[in-house]
Design a protein around this ligand. Sequence first.
Ligand SMILES: [Zn+2]
Ligand SMILES: [Zn+2]
Length: 444
Amino acid sequence: MALITKAVRGTRDVLPGESQELRWLERVALETAEAFGYFEIRTPVFEHTELFERSVGDTTDVVQKEMYTFRDKGDRSITLRPEGTAGVARACLEHGLLAEALPQKVSYITTCYRYEKPQSGRQREFTQFGVECFGAASPAADAELISLATTFYATVGLESYRLEINSIGCPACRAHYLDELRKYFRTREDNLCPTCLDRLDRNPMRILDCKSPICAAEAALAPRITEYLCEECAAHFTGVKTLLEQLEIPYMVNPRVVRGLDYYTRTVFEFVSELPQTDGLVIGAGGRYDGLIEELGGQHLPSLGFGLGLDRSWMHLRAAEAALPERRRCDLFLATRGETALAAAARYAFELRGDGVMALYDVTGRSLKAQMKYADKVKARFTAVLGEEELACGTAKLKHMADGSEETISLSNFAEELEQHLLHSEEASLFELFSGFESIKEDS
Ligand SMILES: [Zn+2]
Ligand SMILES: [Zn+2]
């Protein structure tokens, strides 16, 4: 029979054998965030559409063209989150977290949805590691936030990227800049792509990061926001740069980094891949959004955050052939002969699994030979055969598959003896450092 349907365009399945790599990235991400005082928050995948119109901005490409918006059966306008910050800010306001000791720091792993043209590194469903720090106005908060991202990259072994930073000012100084920018591009209207012509009125800063080479050529000579910053914004930007230098975090100032979302103020930054295979891909981005909480109905609360693309980090790591955790191997395969032995194997496996050991036995009724073939396929470290003989004498031969050596172990003390062997076998993989196996090692 033919398949009913295929996955929706712009979505990607993560298969067994790959998923442990992403799970490891997610785990390192949240644990790195915790070391910086951020705790995980989980918010719904969909929100009222109005939330994104108000926060992301109703003139942005994201809101105008890219959102998955629908009416639910109660006739509410609902949107799948196109980014992580708005929902998290909404949740923190709703639950009074912003009335507690500040800054309030939260982290999350989240899927986001944007109806964009799929291409390498850009899916319509994507996963982000995000953090938000509410209630911190000082440049020290910006530098600390950026150092959290670089610590995460360093911990997972992600190299060959650059950090680009910019300041897009506050609403006061930006208004003046936008006027100048419009004036500049108006004289060059004939050279702009249709999208940028459309941006000229509502969002001229976005012309600066247009990918069209003709627009880019015009943008190269455009006025730079950094020359229009008010005194406070300029001092803030200088503060951020000085602190990054003190933390020895390399960066370059790129006046064309503007980000596409309305809520950003002052510092914005991007992490850009420099690998040949993923060159120019933005693997993470963030910035300050001092006006967002007020926009959502809270008090004025300077805040900032980032979203690092986990799919993109993963692509980058794979392209770099970095060390990634392998799928966990079977610790023990119990091959069986006969019904009684199968029942015994099930009991031993039950006990071992309770201790975090991956123990398998045959549930398909295969011959002993076929069972051993399967044990090879799942790369079992140890195998043992259980039959009437073994059950009668109360011992079984434990075979170490790496070197073929065998040892007789007592069935009455099966779990304990096996775990001792597992401890001393030398094939600990990267993944096991993060699995339940670790706790066995610590306990004994
Ligand atoms: Zn300003
Ligand atoms: Zn353009």
